[in-house]
Design a protein. Sequence first.
Length: 404
Amino acid sequence: MSRVLYCWELGAGYGHTAAFVPVARQLKTLGHEVIFALRDLEYAETLLADDSFTYLQAPIRWPDGRVQPPASSYPGVLQNVGFTDETGLFTRAKAWQSLYRYLDPNLIVFDHAPTALLAAREFNIPRAGFGTGFFSPPRLSPMPNIRPWLRVADKVLSAIESQVLSTTNSVLERMNTPSLRILADLFDFAEDFICTFPELDHYRQYRSANYWGPTILQTDGMEPIWPSVGAEKVFAYLRPEYPGLDALLKQLRASPWSILVHIPGTTPAFIEKNSSANLHITPHPVIISAAAKQCDLAICHGGVATLSAFLLSGKPLLALPFQLEQLISAQNLAALGAGTYIAAESKSPNYKTALTELLRNSKHTQAAQQFAEKYASFSSAQQAINIAKRCEMLMKNAYISGSS
């Protein structure tokens, strides 16, 4: 039996953990142990207890309350999460290394976990990337502007990347580990599981990659229970911190549709205040495959897995991004013609008008159905099997290499 350590460091919600659960189950079936080191433990028991997976709190940087400038590149993302603070970065990297020594994994899987990845360079353990294209930037220097609608001078991108690279190499030197030639060398994986479709890759114009398809937890959760009032069915997966949540729910209550909304972590008082005859709110996860099959339209923030689940069922979407990663995904959705998006900066957004257009104009449904037909042979269950087998191969190859 080998041990796989899954590391999640950046991001929010339960989507990261949920995405790896199907792979972890396959690895367990193959006889391997899987341990989860998680940024957020809120949903760990819900997602992992039934399979008896062990989970731990990941070493992370706690927010200090300061407002960070919008990142214009992946190095800018790293800058905003502490990659220009040598002392803090070194301390967190050492904490990750203590975890590696204690757990002694045979494979480490990194899901948006750059500090964990930095810390692992000292160890002779196979490393695999896992997640959407956003978590695995193109191997370029300088890395590209990820807000192309904003003009950012190349010298500004280069300056930020140089500063992050300098701090990163200082930490590596303190750990007696070879430095990086360019920052992209940090993402030196034995296998990079880019879990999306090419059309939804955040860096699709910069690379030709081996895409494994989206990781979708299809069967976990509750069956959708739709309000009996309303004609078309609209499913929404929303975050409680979304800035426009109150305005959105108000407009949905005034709509003619039957609406089921999943808001993780919401309270009974909030549900009572914002529900109506045609709008039901649940804090519990809903079986995504069932919701996608039954609804006419979906609303989400632009996560690749959620977008993919509904597109594979031929359903159009309204994306409401409030993070950069989500915004790029939402723009990719609009480019497909299978949906539209409303940016978080929009003043007095008319959600109802956007939803009405998506439901009444058949071109959006047709584009979603064309996407579904293109990827009709895709199986999320088979994808999990394929990724697990590749992980097993990485561990076997490392053992053979180490033995020789």
